[in-house]
Write a protein that binds this ligand. Structure first.
Ligand SMILES: Cc1ncc(COP(=O)(O)O)c(C=O)c1O
Length: 385
């Protein structure tokens, strides 16, 4: 059983109380307004001069979204947060906001596919990028260029969930004058606090565990007041990926149960992975707690491992892998993850035979939901038999 920070539990539960003065409501009202009138023209001009904090226009700041931002910043242990209409909105704002023509960005570890697709689009604007799978900080340092301005990490990485030595990479990148960014979606602010490890910014897709009920798309970027203000004016306001007030309300509601959900996801995923580890049809398990080389980092950086992990099936083809996934009854076949329902997805859109790829052809990624480990194990048992 893992232990979360008791203070984090209180922050999640009291998320809405910050917006008090609303008849004691436990969640803030949904401020469904696109603009906010001011008493005098001077007040309006004053608001416009600090739009990151004043309610002027909801493409900038909105009171319901603000409550969510303040709550997320508190949870992650940082000064400031800006919320977005999606995780990709957050990723875009960081890449467009902190890079310019001539700069280079180094991606480290397995990275969410569309993030790399966006990096490729940035080439059209004169920004170069490269991708490192090294884990040793000296090897990563050797891949830095004079013009590297951003080091972008995922730890755990997408699909294979390998960890990076985040603190050492941050020290190295800072010494070379680069900002460090980590996509912390898998861990949520409860299981890993990258800014305490030295990162400058974290990115979250709130569409996963933070929402937790598969009914909202959102994103967040967190960091120092100075960096988030820069992001606000240089890209957030201009790219326009805005979180709606109702979606902020749903995310605040999701936060109230996040600690209990994360404990359950972690615990049940471990039980399911343990069952699969001994199964004759499984060749490998990709789970942060099962990777011997990452044991020390897991211990040092993370409080738990979420409900995500992957497996490689033994002695089957790509087609047979799909057929096994089809036989599952409790695991839905769907993209995304982080909700109450368990999900499964294969690692490839088509048979990768003949292609060199880091992901095994027979990879299945599971998102363990809240059905209970016993039922999920029984389902896997019948699908694999
Ligand atoms: C690690 C990670 N980052 C970012 C995103 C993008 O988030 P969204 O779908 O909310 O745009 C995803 C979505 O799957 C993800 O898995």
């Amino acid at each position: 059983m893992i232990a979360l920070d008791p203070e984090d539990r209180l922050i999640c539960l009291r998320a809405g109380e910050a917006a008090d003065n609303h008849h004691g409501a436990v969640l803030p009202p949904i401020s469904q307004a696109s603009l906010y009138r001011k008493r005098t023209m001077k007040d309006l001009l004053d608001g416009l001069s600090r739009e990151h904090s004043a309610n002027v226009y909801s493409r900038g700041t909105n009171p319901t979204v603000k409550v969510l931002e303040e709550t997320l910043a508190k949870l992650e242990g940082v000064q400031a947060c800006k919320c977005f209409g999606s995780g990709m909105g957050a990723v875009s704002a960081v890449l467009f906001g902190f890079l310019k023509a001539g700069d280079h960005v180094l991606f480290v570890n397995d990275i969410y596919g569309p993030t790399l697709e966006l990096a490729a689009r940035l080439e059209d604007f004169g920004v170069s990028w490269s991708h490192s799978f090294a884990r040793d900080v000296d090897a990563i340092s050797a891949e830095m260029r004079n013009e590297t301005r951003l080091v972008y990490m995922e730890s755990p990485g997408s699909m294979l969930f390998r960890l990076l030595p985040v603190a050492a990479i941050c020290v190295m990148a800072k010494a070379r004058g680069a900002l460090t960014v980590i996509d912390n979606t898998v861990s949520t602010p409860l299981l890993q606090k990258p800014l305490a490890l030295g990162a400058d910014l974290t990115i979250h897709s709130c569409s996963k565990y933070i929402g937790g009920h598969s009914d909202v798309i959102g994103g967040a970027v967190m960091g120092s007041q100075e960096l988030i203000e820069r992001l606000f004016y240089k890209s957030y306001m201009l790219l326009g990926s805005v979180l709606a007030p109702f979606d902020a309300f749903l995310l605040l509601r999701g936060l109230m149960t996040l600690p209990d959900r994360m404990l359950r996801h972690h615990q049940d995923a471990l039980a399911v992975a343990n069952f699969l580890q001994g199964h004759p049809r499984i060749s490998d398990i990709y789970h942060p707690a099962f990777c011997k080389e990452d044991a020390a980092l897991f211990e040092k950086q993370m409080l738990g491992a979420s409900g995500l992990f992957s497996v490689a099936l033994k002695d089957v083809s790509y087609e047979e892998t799909l057929a096994i996934a089809d036989r599952l009854r409790l695991f839905g076949r769907a993209v995304s993850w982080g909700g109450a329902e368990s999900l499964v997805i294969c690692g490839h859109k088509a048979d990768p035979a003949g292609r060199t790829t880091r992901l095994p052809a027979t990879l299945l990624r599971f998102s363990v939901g809240l059905e209970g480990a016993e039922s999920l194990i029984a389902d896997l048992e019948q699908a694999l038999s």
